[in-house]
Design a protein. Sequence first.
Length: 165
Amino acid sequence: MYGFLALSIDDPDLAALDVLTQVLGGQGGRLFVELRDRQSLAYSVTAFEMEGVDPGSFAVYMAGAPTKLDESLAGIRGELGKIVNEPITDEELARAKGYLIGTQAVSLQRYGTQAMLLSLDELYGLGATHHLDYADRISAVSAADVQRVAKRVIRLDAPVVAIIK
Protein backbone atom coordinates (compact mmCIF):
# COMPACT_ATOMS: atom_id res chain seq x y z
CA MET A 1 0.00 0.00 0.00
CA TYR A 2 1.23 3.46 -0.86
CA GLY A 3 -0.75 6.00 1.17
CA PHE A 4 -1.21 9.73 1.28
CA LEU A 5 -3.10 12.35 3.28
CA ALA A 6 -6.54 12.99 1.80
CA LEU A 7 -9.53 15.26 2.29
CA SER A 8 -12.42 15.32 4.75
CA ILE A 9 -15.96 14.59 3.61
CA ASP A 10 -16.98 18.26 3.57
CA ASP A 11 -14.02 19.43 1.46
CA PRO A 12 -15.07 21.05 -1.84
CA ASP A 13 -12.24 19.19 -3.59
CA LEU A 14 -13.74 15.79 -2.75
CA ALA A 15 -15.40 15.48 -6.19
CA ALA A 16 -12.02 16.02 -7.85
CA LEU A 17 -10.53 13.35 -5.56
CA ASP A 18 -13.26 10.95 -6.71
CA VAL A 19 -12.34 11.65 -10.33
CA LEU A 20 -8.62 11.31 -9.59
CA THR A 21 -9.19 7.95 -7.91
CA GLN A 22 -11.27 6.73 -10.83
CA VAL A 23 -8.70 7.82 -13.44
CA LEU A 24 -6.02 5.85 -11.59
CA GLY A 25 -8.08 2.88 -10.38
CA GLY A 26 -10.32 0.24 -11.81
CA GLN A 27 -9.74 -2.05 -14.77
CA GLY A 28 -9.57 0.84 -17.23
CA GLY A 29 -7.50 3.06 -14.96
CA ARG A 30 -3.93 4.15 -15.55
CA LEU A 31 -2.46 1.89 -12.88
CA PHE A 32 -4.20 -1.25 -14.14
CA VAL A 33 -3.46 -0.61 -17.81
CA GLU A 34 0.18 0.41 -17.35
CA LEU A 35 1.39 -1.68 -14.41
CA ARG A 36 -0.68 -4.84 -14.90
CA ASP A 37 -1.45 -5.03 -18.60
CA ARG A 38 1.61 -3.40 -20.17
CA GLN A 39 4.40 -4.12 -17.66
CA SER A 40 3.02 -7.31 -16.03
CA LEU A 41 4.06 -6.09 -12.58
CA ALA A 42 0.85 -6.88 -10.72
CA TYR A 43 -1.93 -9.39 -10.31
CA SER A 44 -4.10 -6.59 -8.99
CA VAL A 45 -3.59 -2.85 -8.69
CA THR A 46 -5.95 0.01 -7.90
CA ALA A 47 -6.30 3.36 -6.20
CA PHE A 48 -8.86 4.01 -3.49
CA GLU A 49 -9.94 6.63 -1.00
CA MET A 50 -11.56 6.48 2.42
CA GLU A 51 -12.86 9.86 3.45
CA GLY A 52 -14.53 10.77 6.71
CA VAL A 53 -15.31 13.70 8.98
CA ASP A 54 -11.60 13.92 9.76
CA PRO A 55 -9.12 13.66 6.91
CA GLY A 56 -9.17 10.21 5.45
CA SER A 57 -6.75 8.44 3.20
CA PHE A 58 -5.91 8.01 -0.46
CA ALA A 59 -3.90 4.94 -1.34
CA VAL A 60 -2.69 2.65 -4.05
CA TYR A 61 -2.87 -1.10 -3.52
CA MET A 62 -0.84 -3.53 -5.57
CA ALA A 63 -0.45 -7.29 -5.34
CA GLY A 64 2.37 -8.88 -7.29
CA ALA A 65 5.38 -11.14 -7.24
CA PRO A 66 7.95 -10.34 -4.54
CA THR A 67 10.68 -10.58 -7.18
CA LYS A 68 9.18 -7.52 -8.90
CA LEU A 69 8.90 -5.37 -5.77
CA ASP A 70 11.42 -2.68 -6.74
CA GLU A 71 10.02 -2.41 -10.27
CA SER A 72 6.48 -2.27 -8.88
CA LEU A 73 7.24 0.54 -6.46
CA ALA A 74 9.04 2.46 -9.21
CA GLY A 75 6.04 1.93 -11.49
CA ILE A 76 3.61 3.26 -8.90
CA ARG A 77 5.83 6.29 -8.24
CA GLY A 78 6.10 6.90 -11.97
CA GLU A 79 2.36 6.81 -12.59
CA LEU A 80 1.63 8.99 -9.57
CA GLY A 81 4.31 11.42 -10.69
CA LYS A 82 2.66 11.66 -14.11
CA ILE A 83 -0.77 12.46 -12.68
CA VAL A 84 0.74 15.13 -10.41
CA ASN A 85 2.77 16.76 -13.16
CA GLU A 86 0.62 16.34 -16.29
CA PRO A 87 -3.09 17.07 -16.78
CA ILE A 88 -5.32 14.09 -17.46
CA THR A 89 -6.75 13.79 -20.96
CA ASP A 90 -10.26 14.86 -21.92
CA GLU A 91 -11.06 11.20 -22.61
CA GLU A 92 -9.91 10.11 -19.14
CA LEU A 93 -11.91 12.93 -17.56
CA ALA A 94 -15.09 12.02 -19.47
CA ARG A 95 -14.71 8.28 -18.75
CA ALA A 96 -14.19 8.85 -15.03
CA LYS A 97 -17.10 11.29 -14.74
CA GLY A 98 -19.44 8.99 -16.65
CA TYR A 99 -18.51 6.00 -14.51
CA LEU A 100 -18.91 7.86 -11.22
CA ILE A 101 -22.23 9.47 -12.14
CA GLY A 102 -23.61 6.22 -13.56
CA THR A 103 -22.52 4.12 -10.60
CA GLN A 104 -24.06 6.54 -8.14
CA ALA A 105 -27.35 6.59 -10.10
CA VAL A 106 -27.51 2.79 -10.08
CA SER A 107 -26.74 2.64 -6.35
CA LEU A 108 -29.66 4.99 -5.63
CA GLN A 109 -32.11 2.41 -7.00
CA ARG A 110 -31.99 0.67 -3.62
CA TYR A 111 -34.05 2.19 -0.81
CA GLY A 112 -31.47 1.06 1.72
CA THR A 113 -28.77 3.06 -0.04
CA GLN A 114 -31.01 6.12 -0.18
CA ALA A 115 -31.78 5.85 3.53
CA MET A 116 -28.12 5.40 4.40
CA LEU A 117 -27.05 8.43 2.35
CA LEU A 118 -29.83 10.62 3.77
CA SER A 119 -28.76 9.64 7.28
CA LEU A 120 -25.02 10.02 6.75
CA ASP A 121 -25.34 13.33 4.92
CA GLU A 122 -27.38 14.70 7.80
CA LEU A 123 -25.07 13.18 10.42
CA TYR A 124 -22.03 14.76 8.76
CA GLY A 125 -23.75 18.15 8.69
CA LEU A 126 -23.96 18.27 4.91
CA GLY A 127 -27.76 18.39 4.72
CA ALA A 128 -29.86 15.29 4.12
CA THR A 129 -30.04 15.77 0.35
CA HIS A 130 -26.35 16.47 -0.25
CA HIS A 131 -25.93 13.21 -2.18
CA LEU A 132 -28.53 14.35 -4.73
CA ASP A 133 -26.08 16.97 -6.05
CA TYR A 134 -23.28 14.42 -6.62
CA ALA A 135 -23.67 14.34 -10.41
CA ASP A 136 -23.48 18.13 -10.57
CA ARG A 137 -20.35 18.21 -8.41
CA ILE A 138 -18.67 15.52 -10.53
CA SER A 139 -19.73 17.20 -13.79
CA ALA A 140 -18.11 20.45 -12.66
CA VAL A 141 -14.67 18.86 -12.14
CA SER A 142 -12.02 19.92 -14.67
CA ALA A 143 -8.68 18.37 -15.56
CA ALA A 144 -7.04 21.28 -13.74
CA ASP A 145 -9.06 20.43 -10.59
CA VAL A 146 -7.86 16.83 -10.74
CA GLN A 147 -4.23 17.90 -11.11
CA ARG A 148 -4.54 20.43 -8.27
CA VAL A 149 -5.97 17.76 -5.94
CA ALA A 150 -3.35 15.25 -7.07
CA LYS A 151 -0.65 17.74 -6.06
CA ARG A 152 -2.42 18.21 -2.74
CA VAL A 153 -2.86 14.56 -1.74
CA ILE A 154 -0.08 12.66 -3.49
CA ARG A 155 3.06 13.23 -1.49
CA LEU A 156 5.83 11.51 -3.42
CA ASP A 157 8.32 13.16 -1.07
CA ALA A 158 6.74 11.56 2.02
CA PRO A 159 4.99 8.28 1.12
CA VAL A 160 3.71 5.76 3.59
CA VAL A 161 4.62 2.34 2.24
CA ALA A 162 3.48 -0.97 3.72
CA ILE A 163 4.88 -4.16 2.22
CA ILE A 164 3.42 -7.50 3.22
CA LYS A 165 5.22 -10.62 2.01
